[in-house]
Design a protein around this ligand. Structure first.
Ligand code: GAL
Length: 718
């Protein structure tokens, strides 16, 4: 388990720290404070290009080596960031053609990070040189355990750039994909509005224009930009693997915000790292959803520095940010709570951003582990140092453990890009929110969930949820059929299969290529303004606890072989099917033709649990988040209280808490923002803090309790 911070030694030299005689003298104190906080890793160097190569070809990494030596003295390992996120001024001034251009054709000028176009061959050449130099200069340092490639790839909307380099590469990309202009014209449907081309060089980039570009062209543009990002990372990964074959590479990703295919990118990395802003978000379920998605990007072939098979949180915000209108302090206990949320969902490394609030630059009012004063007497430092103590207790317990899910939610970037386009049937339909309705239902019922793209092998999952795959490729539809045919349960929803991979609508009914799978056809769909509602009337065994609305979108379903589970209650389609189930091969394909409120998804999960034999991890009050990491038969439960008040738990069996070393039975009040890390087995010797004994008498008096609001350590029957 790695625990540490993002450190910028370049901020802490004279005159901002240190003395004229010893400009770097502060670094040792920083190392001491890190060690005292239980840190064993730092990330450094990600913005150092303009310092390490002040003039072209004059490289100096000796200062970074000195900083690494100091880390060594304090027992702290190092991840180095390649500095390509932030090109030096001289490079842009010498080669202004590397600068990115926005969709209006305006150049984005040098003077900040990310001022480069990822399609620029010149930029690639310089980037390759600095990466090679850095790996050559520092790759042999004993503290170095991994590389981070670039930083915040695609940040500030730099996934795309519309300059001459991009245009050239765009045309080559299209040529490689379609080979002939005839195929290109056909696949992209360019005869619409008469936009046929006679040569690849005529294909426009989707720049600012009077109205919307052809969606097929825009999706291809996004794929092209994504492939560029992936190629840029791969190019650096290849150099780093060549020079330092034993060191894994990663980069810092965010869920659902950047326009590149995160699954593709993760394949180029040895392990995934993420930026987490969890502490400033109000809803824990949204964070949980994003963490699950990021964890799921890479499921095989993971190579972390210590051989663990999870992901890293390489930037966990230690405090407030500087980009909200009001950047309030993060309340006591909240950083700890969200740190455990990340670990509970599979993180094997957590580094706080940043170690100390900088005195210089544009992020000086961002929270850090240390305040500007660097004394180590501030509240956040103390909280994180306390966590450092807990990590020492926890690390042996969670070693080699991982999150195991039997349910998965499908997500595809192509589909997200398709739905982001204007000209949708329903502007108010939000893909992210639709996914969240499902995820929240599983999250609140303590059922672990993975994400996957539709092309993955889904056979490991009992249940697959496919919310609104509007763009569904023929091959993807075939794989879904295979999954169900072999016994899987699939749940799809409205706004599925409206177009294929070329953004062409089907001529034989919605959902495209899947009418046989679902045993029905959607003959029309009726998007509804926000605020208007229809209602669902259920047939058969669906356990409806509320009157469930049909909102935003109503598919008018014509069942063929499918059975009807629910119908609409009113409008001209009153009595027509809204929800169906079809037996297909050995499995079931369920279709929900509308969007409802959260209670519907809770009921759906209750029903699906029975259908698929799924068990919640523990039975606890609804307000407690439970996750589990598993190592063989050993299960480690994390209980998180996101409320501002305590929550009473009842322990039916004795449970051992790794953080206090105590064994709990009977009633226990989990305080506001409190965390428990529990297992049912005897605590391993190394995990017990000195002087903390078990309480065998209390355990012996445990009485089974069955009402709601207890911890019933055994799996809850369906
Ligand atoms: C990250 C970035 C950091 C910092 C942070 C602010 O994406 O890597 O350098 O700017 O955002 O939230």
């Amino acid at each position: 388990m790695y625990f540490g911070a993002d450190y910028h030694p370049e901020h802490w030299v004279y005159p901002y720290a240190g003395t004229p005689e010893e400009p770097e003298s502060r670094w040792d104190r920083d190392g001491q404070l890190m060690a005292q906080a239980g840190f064993n890793v730092v990330r450094m160097g990600e913005f150092c290009w303009g310092i390490a190569e002040r003039e072209e070809g004059k490289y100096d990494f000796s200062w970074l080596r000195r900083a690494m030596d100091i880390m060594q003295r304090h027992g702290i390992k190092v991840v180095l960031g390649t500095p390509t996120a932030s090109p030096p001024l001289w490079l842009a001034q010498q080669h202004p053609e590397i600068l990115p251009m926005n969709e209006r054709g305006e150049t984005l000028h040098e003077g900040t990070r990310r001022a480069y176009c990822m399609n620029s061959d010149i930029y690639w050449e310089y980037a390759k040189k600095i990466v090679r130099e850095m790996a050559g200069a520092l790759g042999d340092h004993p503290q170095l355990i991994a590389w981070q490639i670039d930083n915040g790839l695609g940040g500030h909307n730099t996934e795309e750039s519309f300059n001459a380099h991009s245009k050239k590469d765009w045309h080559s990309w299209l040529q490689a994909k379609y080979e002939t202009v005839e195929r290109l014209n056909e696949a992209l449907g360019l005869r619409f509005w008469g936009q046929l081309v006679t040569d690849f060089s005529q294909v426009p980039m989707p720049m600012l224009s009077p109205t919307v570009h052809n969606p097929a062209l825009v999706v291809d543009w996004r794929r092209f930009c994504s492939d560029t990002c992936v190629a840029f990372v791969r190019c650096q990964a290849d150099i780093l693997h060549e020079i330092t074959p034993n060191l894994p590479v990663t980069t810092n990703l965010r869920a659902l915000t950047r326009h590149f295919d995160h699954f593709d990118l993760a394949q180029v990395l040895d392990f995934v790292s993420v930026d987490s802003h969890a502490t400033i978000k109000a809803r824990s379920a949204e964070n949980a959803c994003e963490i699950d998605m990021l964890r799921s990007l890479k499921k095989e072939g993971i190579r972390t520095p210590d051989g663990e098979c999870g992901f890293w949180v390489i930037e966990q915000k230690a405090g407030h940010v500087n980009w909200q209108e009001v950047n309030s302090l993060v309340r006591p206990g909240v950083v700890r709570l969200f740190t455990y949320q990340l670990i509970s969902r599979g993180a094997d490394g957590v580094l706080y951003f940043f170690f100390r609030q900088p005195r210089i630059g544009s992020e000086k009012f961002y929270g850090g582990v240390l305040n500007h004063d660097g004394k180590g007497e501030n509240r956040v430092y103390k909280e994180i140092a306390h966590l450092g103590e807990e990590m020492k207790l926890l690390a042996p317990a969670i070693k080699d453990s991982k999150v195991a899910a039997e349910t998965c939610i499908l997500f595809s970037h192509d589909n997200a890009w398709s739905m982001q386009m204007t000209g949708q049937p329903q502007k108010h339909f939000n893909y992210r929110e639709h996914i969240q309705l499902f995820h929240t239902a599983f999250h609140d019922r303590n059922i672990p969930v993975d994400f996957a793209r539709p092309t993955e092998d889904l056979s490991r999952y009992k249940l697959v949820i496919a919310p609104s795959l509007q763009m569904l490729a023929g091959g993807e539809a075939d794989l879904l059929k295979l999954y169900v045919q072999n016994g899987g349960t699939l749940v799809a929803t409205c706004n599925t299969g409206l177009v294929d991979e070329h953004h062409i609508a089907p001529s034989d009914g919605f959902p495209a290529n899947c009418t046989d799978l679902f045993g029905m056809e959607i003959v029309e769909f009726d998007p509804m303004p926000p605020g208007e509602e229809n209602h669902l009337t259920f047939k058969g065994s669906f356990p409806a606890t509320h009157l469930h609305p049909a909102r935003l979108w109503c598919d008018l379903i014509e069942p063929k072989e499918a059975q009807i589970l629910a119908t609409y209650a009113k409008d001209f389609y009153a009595g027509r099917a809204a929800m169906t189930v079809n037996d297909f091969g050995l499995g079931k394909a369920i279709y929900i033709g509308t969007v409802s409120h959260q209670h519907f998804y809770y009921d759906l999960v209750a029903w699906l649990r029975q259908q698929c034999n799924l068990f919640p991890l523990l039975k606890v009050p609804d307000t407690i988040e439970v996750s589990m990491r598993q190592k063989g038969d050993r299960k480690i439960y994390f209980l998180l209280n996101h409320q501002n008040s305590h929550v009473r738990l009842h322990f039916y069996k004795p449970m051992h808490d790794f953080l206090t070393g105590q064994t709990f039975t009977g009633n226990y009040d989990l305080p506001s923002h409190g965390v428990l890390v529990l297992d049912e087995t005897a605590p391993p010797e190394e995990a017990k803090p000195p002087g903390q004994a078990e309480q065998p008498e209390a355990a012996a008096q445990a009485v089974p309790v069955t009402e709601e609001g207890i911890i019933d350590n055994a799996p809850v029957p369906a």
